[in-house]
Design a protein around this ligand. Structure first.
Ligand SMILES: N[C@@H](CCC[C@H](N)C(=O)O)C(=O)O
Length: 297
């Protein structure tokens, strides 16, 4: 009988992830294996993969082990590595709760973007699968110089550079349909602006402090949500609206509708950003290790 590897499937506002618990970091997960697991037809399917490893057991996270027991080794669906995933870290926390590694309340999680503090809300139904929200302290946004122009078909828009640990280009549009088919990354100029790729958000207004987005995620295509993207959109919109908390001295909260649900983003005067939304585990099962091995090369 072939060996089995445990996995779970979860999502945060329909940004979905294959979760591979591997506390001692013994499972070989090269990009080819990650892409096979995230394949929606021939694999399990997901926008990305959450490799759950003890910080002390991962070379990239050892230095954070004193602060955070667990490291989110996040991979995009195509197998590439990303610095941070906002929905991923909330789903990661939900997994830790379900597995009995964490309780409701505050929890530190190591990521490539540094240690993030997550808060698992207490609810009457909270059995660890997904009732209730998870909030994450996302840190501060950076606004690198050199905004770009994004083009789809005949239309072009200026896009604001925002870095949430990972790169984002935020474009305000009149109609989300104008973003077209976001399977491929929309072209932008200058073409050299993002040597490591970029996540691109298209944004429309829905009401006061309320916007909606569609996103092309680097390494995944169009996804139903992007947490770092929603934060990038909230801070870019606050600057557009003259509501920069560092200037006004007051926190600002935006409701950000994504195709898969709603996220609530608050930026404080010190620049710290918090994001709240649902995080759900929907299934668990076993991967055939012999099948996975055929993708380890
Ligand atoms: N879905 C994520 C972002 C995942 C990483 C992104 N595709 C990148 O390559 O930067 C989120 O919720 O933030």
């Amino acid at each position: 009988m072939s060996t089995r590897i445990a996995f779970l499937k979860g999502h945060g506002t329909e940004n979905d992830f294959v979760i591979v618990p591997d506390p001692e970091n013994v499972i070989d997960l090269p990009p080819t294996a990650v892409a096979a697991l995230c394949d929606r037809r021939a694999g399990i399917g997901g926008d990305g993969l959450l490799h759950v490893v003890r910080s002390a057991a991962h070379p990239e996270a050892k230095d954070m082990a004193a602060e955070a027991e667990w490291f989110m080794d996040y991979r995009n669906g195509d197998g590439s590595i990303a610095e941070m995933c906002g929905n991923g870290v909330r789903v990661f926390a939900r997994y830790l709760q379900r597995a009995g590694y964490a309780a409701e309340g505050d929890l530190a999680i190591a990521t490539r973007g540094g240690v993030k503090t997550v808060h698992i809300a207490k609810t009457a139904l909270n059995g660890g699968s997904g009732a209730g929200d998870v909030t994450v302290g996302m840190g501060k946004a950076l606004f690198p110089e050199g905004d770009v122009t994004v083009t789809v078909g005949e239309r072009s828009w200026p896009a604001r550079n925002v870095n949430m640990g990972n790169p984002h280009a935020v474009a305000f549009v009149d109609d989300l349909a104008h973003a077209g088919d976001l399977y491929s990354a929309p072209p932008f100029s200058p073409a050299s602006a993002y040597p490591d790729g970029v996540n691109v958000e298209f944004v429309v207004d829905r009401g006061p402090r309320h916007v909606a987005l569609r996103v092309h995620e680097r390494g995944a295509g169009e996804t139903r949500s992007c947490g770092t993207g929603a934060c990038a959109v909230a801070v870019a919109t606050a600057r557009r609206d003259g509501a920069d908390p560092a200037v006004t001295g007051a926190p600002v909260t935006y409701t950000v509708d994504v195709p898969g649900g709603t996220l609530v983003i608050t930026e404080r005067p010190d620049g710290e950003i918090e994001m709240t939304g649902p995080a759900v585990i929907v299934a668990e099962g076993e991967i055939d290790a012999e099948w996975l091995e055929t993708f380890v090369r």
